[in-house]
Design a protein around this ligand. Structure first.
Ligand code: 5GP
Length: 237
């Protein structure tokens, strides 16, 4: 499958049309951004690592009944996937408090939450991705019905129920992550975007080491090595 016209360029990926109107190609970039684009850098090989990690995780989720946009990995930096209408809601799933949850609500960093928290952020860079409740989402017409919001939450919890024990077996705590969803041509809601250390937090269960984009956000260094270790653990049988 060949890349055709550039459809959209985001912070971490470029999206290209193909000769099939139902399929598009994502090119995973090496660019790194944080704090709504205020902090920028680049790390050679980061895009390929995220493409490989996402490929493995989409395959795992598909095998466990989660519909995703994944079709195939074309090469190191390119993924072929279904074209969707993107739902402009970032679905955040949290098992352990850190990041904006600790900052906004004063919950102790590292506190294991009594239950898995699912939150919605409005996917809008100009507004800084503000928090949404269900009424906001309906007023903004980000979905058609309450049922769809319920479905996003249900699917996000199912993803967590698959990924959390999967990573625990590999010695990684799945602290939190961000999911995105879209509607395919049959109006089915499917999981899209990527699942990688750019949008998940992983803490090593033994050392507590951060193995994700917080290494860049917090200026800790060693980002690529951490992403490589995440991929290695995923590929370990
Ligand atoms: P927080 O709200 O604590 O900043 O992020 C919670 C989780 O969602 C983290 O795993 C973080 O990586 C992910 N996340 C939230 N918003 C975004 C975003 O706009 N882009 C990316 N790549 N990840 C996000």
């Amino acid at each position: 499958m060949q890349k055709r016209a550039l459809l959209y360029e985001g912070k971490a990926k470029r999206l290209f049309l193909t000769d099939d109107e139902n399929l598009v190609i994502s090119e995973f970039k090496d660019d790194l951004t944080a704090f709504n684009g205020e902090k920028k850098s680049s790390e050679a090989g980061k895009g390929a690592l995220n493409n490989k990690i996402s490929t493995e995780l989409f395959k795992l989720l598909e095998a466990n009944g989660i519909p995703t946009h994944f079709v195939e990995m074309l090469d190191d930096n390119h993924m072929l996937h279904t074209k969707v209408d993107v739902i402009l809601i970032e679905v955040i799933v949290r098992n352990i408090a850190t990041g904006s949850l600790s900052k906004n609500l004063g919950i102790e960093d590292g506190k294991v939450l009594p239950f898995t928290l699912v939150e919605f952020d409005y996917k809008d860079d100009d507004l800084g991705d503000p928090k949404l409740n269900d009424q906001h989402a309906l007023i903004l017409e980000l979905v058609e019905h309450q049922d769809e919001l319920d479905k996003l939450r249900r699917m996000a919890r199912q993803v967590n129920d698959i990924l959390k024990p999967y990573f625990a077996k590999k010695g990684l705590n799945l602290v939190d992550f961000k999911l995105e969803f879209g509607k395919d041509r049959n109006n089915n809601i499917i999981l899209i975007d990527e699942i990688s250390p750019d949008n998940c937090r992983f803490w090593d269960m033994e050392t507590g080491e951060k193995m994700d984009k917080d290494r860049f956000r917090q200026g800790l260094g060693g980002l690529k090595v951490a992403y490589e270790k995440v991929l290695e653990r995923i590929l370990e049988k």
